[in-house]
Write a protein that binds this ligand. Structure first.
Ligand SMILES: [Mn+2]
Length: 426
């Protein structure tokens, strides 16, 4: 299942007039404020977000799972789905694989397919949060932090294997997220668990190819509910520093307690040159995996405001790895990802509109009201036609979601794959 350029052109033809009127209006408004519109469009067009292989099927909760029909049941089909999203949006130019759910059988074929769809392989993700069939040791009581050396060694070996798989695909980074922690007070010795984790990460780090990065993700709770070994950005930052210059912290929006000031975390990490990757999603309570921008779009904008500031002012921080990390229960996953990408682009575009010079001036004068006016002035701008223009220039659809529905892609996927398919790992 592939979408052709002709199909997109046909869809765009219907939308062209409306789009042009809206774009010209915005272009005029922005030009009056001395915004370089062409430059802005270029930045938006260049911005690419990786799609995780686990987001293409319907996820589930511990209460159940409801199929979406026509879901991808193997890696090839997952890559094809990302190809559909990328063809429509031109902003999903990479896929992030989960190992062992997505170990390629035929590397040449998988790489060829990705190349034909204009997709790169982003970070590879290891999995030491569940036991795999036939594994010798169990992760029930932790992996890299486990009291048992044999368990730790198995988890380290798995991460090294993931690096090897990533190397064959052309990935350049490894993301480590640990479920390790304790559910009851007294279950773990905090210091021992952290010490083991640090040593295990250092061991994995030794196997990191010279041009690779290691991303250390944190999360305050779940699946362990009393403590997690890497609970917050500070712990992740400390471990990244202990490992070395190729190790970085990774911020996942859903991995914070309610009302955490994530934009401040982003800002601090970029100042220290240690923000490596970013996982987008949205949440009401915790790690809810909701569509990006569906609950707190203003918070997303404030985060992007710090990211843009960091990208412009912190050369010590490397280019960031952007990824959506979500797994949906009740929406068509492809539609959901299209909405998420749109929300990300919107927040980025609005952050690019913040007048940084005026903001700095207002900050220096302690003009609090003006500071808010500047931020919210950018936030309230309807930037959708700008994003559309960035997409169109790269051959994407003016309205990806509309085009997806008009082309009846899901119906075709069901015809092709059948109704009751389940993605590997779900
Ligand atoms: Mn994540």
């Amino acid at each position: 299942m592939k979408i052709s350029k002709d199909q997109i052109a046909e869809s765009n033809q219907k939308e062209q007039n409306n789009h042009r009127v809206q774009f010209e209006f915005l272009e005029d408004q922005l030009s009056r404020k001395n915004v370089h519109v062409a430059e802005l469009i270029q930045k938006l067009a260049d911005f690419q977000v990786a799609i995780p292989s686990w987001a293409l099927g319907a996820g589930g909760t511990r209460f159940g799972r409801f199929s979406y029909y026509g879901e991808p049941s193997n890696l090839t089909q997952k890559i094809e789905d990302v190809g559909i999203i990328h063809m429509l949006t031109r902003t999903a130019g990479a896929i992030s694989l989960h190992i062992p759910w997505d170990v390629p059988e035929d590397y040449t074929a998988v790489k060829e397919l990705a190349r034909s769809l204009d997709l790169k392989f982003d970070a590879v993700n290891s999995n030491t949060f569940q036991d795999q069939k036939g594994s010798r040791e169990s992760y029930k009581f932790g992996s890299l932090s486990n009291v048992s050396q044999a368990v730790r060694e198995q988890a380290i070996a798995h991460n090294k294997e993931v690096i090897g798989i990533g190397e064959k695909l052309g990935s350049k980074s490894l993301t480590v997220w640990l479920a390790d922690g304790s559910s009851f007070p007294g279950q773990n010795n905090f210091q021992t668990a952290l010490h083991h984790t640090e040593n295990s990460l250092k061991e994995i780090y030794k196997s990191l190819p010279i041009d690779w990065k290691m991303f250390i993700e944190y999360k305050p709770y779940e699946p362990n509910f009393y403590s997690t070994v890497i609970q917050d950005w500070g712990t992740s930052f400390m471990l990244a520093n202990a490992c070395g210059e190729k190790a970085y912290s990774l911020v996942d929006l859903g991995h914070h307690l309610p009302n955490t000031n994530i934009e401040q975390i982003v800002s601090t990490l970029m100042w220290k040159g240690k923000l490596g990757g970013f996982h987008f999603n949205d949440s009401k309570f915790g790690d809810d995996d909701l569509t990006v921008g569906s609950i707190k779009p203003y918070a997303l904008f404030l985060i992007f405001n710090e990211l843009v500031y960091g990208m412009e002012n912190n050369p010590q921080n490397p280019d960031l790895a952007w990824m959506i990390d979500a797994s949906h229960n009740i929406k068509d996953p492809i539609e959901d990802l299209i909405q998420s990408l749109e929300a990300i682009q919107e927040a980025y575009a609005k952050a690019l509109l913040v007048d940084q010079v005026a903001l700095k001036l207002a900050q220096q004068e302690n003009d609090v009201t003006q500071c808010q006016e500047i931020l919210q002035g950018a936030y309230r701008t309807d930037v959708r036609s700008l994003i559309q223009m960035a997409r169109v220039q790269k051959g994407g659809a003016i309205h990806p979601l509309k085009a997806y529905r008009e082309l009846a892609i899901r119906k075709k996927l069901i015809e092709e794959r059948g109704k009751h398919t389940i993605a590997t790992g779900l």
